[in-house]
Ligand binder design. Structure first.
Ligand SMILES: [Mg+2]
Length: 222
């Protein structure tokens, strides 16, 4: 039985992009014909389905348009990728991925993104998508919240040991709801200090200084 390391993407594997929300706004504009003007507060850690539904709602559009917006979002993501869009992998994640794999653990994704977006983001940051087990990865584009996503992972992985790595208190709430231990990394918008308010089994600044602490925390629970 493998040990599953379930990685969040934004702020965890890849640094948040300053223009992160613009693709969402564009996808909504294509579907509704109107550029959204009202922004959603605290979008970090939301699933894409959740965030897009809220963007539609706060801008007085029918939230059931979310499926069409997700469809357009995938097209925009592909076009952005083809234009050579580049993202930055968070410090130390490649070594962490390699180290986990060398130990026989399974790297997988637990992300608010859909699979198409997830794949393009990884490629843009120079992370090989094949290092992840896509059959045991969980995508939130259609999940109403991150808790639903974590619950889906817990059910699918049955009794296999699993850990969630994320950068926001939302990741923690989801992990706790599914009784999956949470590992917090401060490469997103939340500081080590803020993440210590979660009950993460370990909180690290990044995977350069923190990999050994993460390995020790996981070993202690296997
Ligand atoms: Mg994140």
């Amino acid at each position: 039985m493998s040990t599953y390391i379930l990685w969040d993407i934004d702020g965890t594997l890849i640094y948040n992009s300053p223009s992160g929300g613009s693709l969402y706004m564009k996808a909504v504009e294509i579907v509704t014909g109107v550029r959204p003007t009202v922004r959603v507060e605290s979008p970090h850690g939301m699933t894409e389905g959740q965030l897009l539904t809220q963007i539609l709602e706060v801008n007085d559009h029918n939230p059931t348009l979310v499926d069409e917006v997700l469809f357009e979002l995938d097209i925009l993501a592909r076009e952005q990728h083809e234009r050579g869009f580049v993202r930055d992998a968070c410090a130390g994640v490649q070594e962490a991925l390699d180290t986990f794999q060398a130990r026989g653990w399974t790297n997988a994704l637990l992300t608010g993104n859909g699979p198409t977006r997830a794949r393009y983001k990884l490629l843009a940051a120079g992370i090989d998508p094949e290092i992840f087990d896509w059959d045991h990865s969980y995508f939130g584009h259609e999940a109403p919240t991150r808790e639903h996503l974590a619950a889906e992972a817990r059910t699918a992985l049955v009794d296999a040991p699993a850990f969630i790595i994320g950068d926001t208190p939302n990741d923690h709430v989801a992990a706790r709801a599914a009784s999956i231990p949470f590992i917090a990394v401060a490469t997103g918008i939340y500081s080590v200090e803020q993440l210590r308010h979660t009950d993460a089994i370990v909180v690290i600044e990044d995977f350069v200084s923190g990999l050994d602490d993460v390995l020790a925390a996981i070993d202690a629970r296997l």
